[in-house]
Design a protein around this ligand. Structure first.
Ligand SMILES: *[C@@H]1O[C@H](CO)[C@@H](O)[C@H](O)[C@H]1NC(C)=O
Ligand SMILES: *[C@@H]1O[C@H](CO)[C@@H](O)[C@H](O)[C@H]1NC(C)=O
Ligand SMILES: *[C@@H]1O[C@H](CO)[C@@H](O)[C@H](O)[C@H]1NC(C)=O
Ligand SMILES: *[C@@H]1O[C@H](CO)[C@@H](O)[C@H](O)[C@H]1NC(C)=O
Ligand SMILES: *[C@@H]1O[C@H](CO)[C@@H](O)[C@H](O)[C@H]1NC(C)=O
Length: 424
């Protein structure tokens, strides 16, 4: 029933090492957790500190890859895997309730289990199944896979979990290579009701760029901006935008390249480069007039998505501008069309874009913001029991009842608006 986008971006195993090392004032450090799963030590790579995973999870087994043919990065040579069977296996992170987080999971199989195909399994954030992890195609192409979701913490702990599903082959093990939980500023994507929804990244693209991913330090939150090139003419900007003037804080670097077309013509872009399941999406597009700043350096065009007007007569200057749709329906192949106003001496242009799938979140079993939930005495008893047990069952972590396919082993839960524990 839930639509899953598992085809995310592919990340070549070498890109980390290609990050530019221009001398620049050192950026503020990343805030959040960057976890090198399965590692016994902390590792510094490309100016980012990755921590070992000890202390964040009580389940699973550390291991090193058996086949490192395509691996150039130490952080991908280890992983943690979890037992086959029912139940979910979680990492728990202390977080600030109400703060916004970008969670990114990265997977590189490397035949850690001696098999030939990566296992297929679910990933879960708090009580919500966020998607199916299937890295087979990427792995066969020598690529690492990653998935992202943006959520607001509704409690002081945020859990990221892994669980078998019907497609998980018997006796294979869910696993994870890297886990990042990064704090985002509150203004980012703030038209979304994060009390009800998470945003699952579908595409975050830097148009007309042939370079590597743009990410930290150019992006202060280590979002990955993938290059996207098509047959359209490209332009290079003459002026840097001020990133902090945009609520979503797009890195100034992604504005430096743009797709364009000649005067009087419509600019058409097939993006993202894959078909989308019918759903509502958050869409943000970023534009800048590429010329040097002058009284004439602006252009007006209309933005259409699949021939529906997204924004009429947008005036784009050298300062840059963004337009976004909070809940835009999309289905199948998507086309962005920029139609210049008839009197414009220059063609339209676009620099970057983001698309997120809007994912309804499950109501957690524990108390939620502002609602007085009478905690079911059984639930309390359950938590006390867990605390008192020396060795609670392996899967007693994360939400006890949710997602409903993966409750704690040995307990019963009722469904409905308020999920409750009913039996033990
Ligand atoms: C290691 O992986 C590579 C590429 O995925 C593959 O070509 C090779 O056969 C593998 N080696 C072994 C010993 O399985
Ligand atoms: C996983 O992906 C591969 C390659 O796209 C596909 O052939 C396979 O059917 C998928 N497996 C499952 C269980 O969905
Ligand atoms: C989003 O953040 C900006 C900048 O802090 C603020 O001006 C704006 O009102 C916020 N919008 C919403 C819908 O909260
Ligand atoms: C934009 O800023 C970068 C450094 O932040 C600088 O290298 C580049 O020259 C600037 N570009 C323009 C067009 O001013
Ligand atoms: C577009 O913005 C520029 C700069 O603010 C302004 O000079 C110009 O008149 C605007 N054009 C239109 C059609 O509003």
């Amino acid at each position: 029933m839930s639509i899953t986008i598992f085809l995310l971006w592919l990340l070549t195993t070498s890109f980390f090492s290609l990050i530019s090392t221009q001398p620049s004032p050192s950026p503020p450090p990343l805030r959040g957790y960057l976890i090198n799963c399965g590692s016994k030590t902390d590792i510094q790579q490309d100016g980012i500190q990755y921590s070992k995973d000890e202390g964040y999870t009580a389940t699973g087994t550390r291991t090193a890859l058996k086949n490192t043919t395509h691996i150039t990065l130490p952080i991908l040579t280890t992983l943690r895997y979890f037992p086959y069977g029912p139940g979910k296996h979680c990492y728990d992170f202390p977080v600030t309730k109400g703060a916004k987080y970008l969670i990114r999971t990265t997977y590189y199989y490397g035949q850690f289990d001696g098999g030939t195909h990566p296992p297929v399994f679910d990933q879960i954030v708090d009580g919500t199944t966020w998607g199916v992890v299937n890295t087979t195609e990427d792995y066969n192409n020598g690529l690492t896979s990653y998935y992202e979701i943006i959520v607001v913490a509704n409690d002081k702990t945020l859990s990221v979990c892994f669980a078998c599903n019907e497609q998980t082959i018997r006796d294979s093990n869910p696993f994870v290579s890297l886990l990042e939980v990064l704090i985002l500023d509150s203004s980012l994507y703030n038209s979304t009701d994060f009390g009800k929804y998470g945003l699952v990244t579908v595409a975050r693209s830097n148009f007309a760029s042939e370079t590597d991913f743009v990410r930290f330090p150019d992006d202060p939150f280590n979002r990955y901006w993938q290059p996207f090139v098509d047959g359209n003419p490209t332009v290079e900007a003459h002026v840097n935008v001020t990133s902090s003037e945009f609520w979503n804080r797009p890195p100034a670097k992604v504005f430096l390249s743009g797709s364009t077309t000649s005067r009087g013509k419509n600019l058409k872009i097939q993006w993202p480069p894959f078909s989308l399941p019918t759903n509502r999406y958050y869409v943000a597009l970023y534009f800048q007039d590429s010329r040097s700043t002058s009284p004439y350096s602006w252009r007006v065009f209309t933005v259409l998505i699949d021939d529906k007007t997204f924004y009429q007569d947008l005036n784009v200057t050298t300062k840059g501008v963004t337009v976004y749709g909070t809940e835009w329906p999309l289905s199948g192949d998507t086309q962005i069309t920029l139609t210049p106003r008839s009197d414009m001496p220059v063609g339209p242009t676009i620099n970057a874009g983001e698309i997120y799938q809007i994912l309804p979140l499950a109501v957690t079993t524990l108390a939620r913001d502002g609602i007085m939930v009478i905690l079911n005495s059984l639930l309390l008893a359950l938590q006390m029991l867990k605390q008192s047990l020396k060795n609670p069952p392996d899967d007693w972590n994360g939400d006890p009842c949710l997602p409903k396919e993966h409750p704690w082993f040995g307990i019963g839960c009722t469904e409905g608006k308020q999920v409750r524990v009913t039996s033990l």
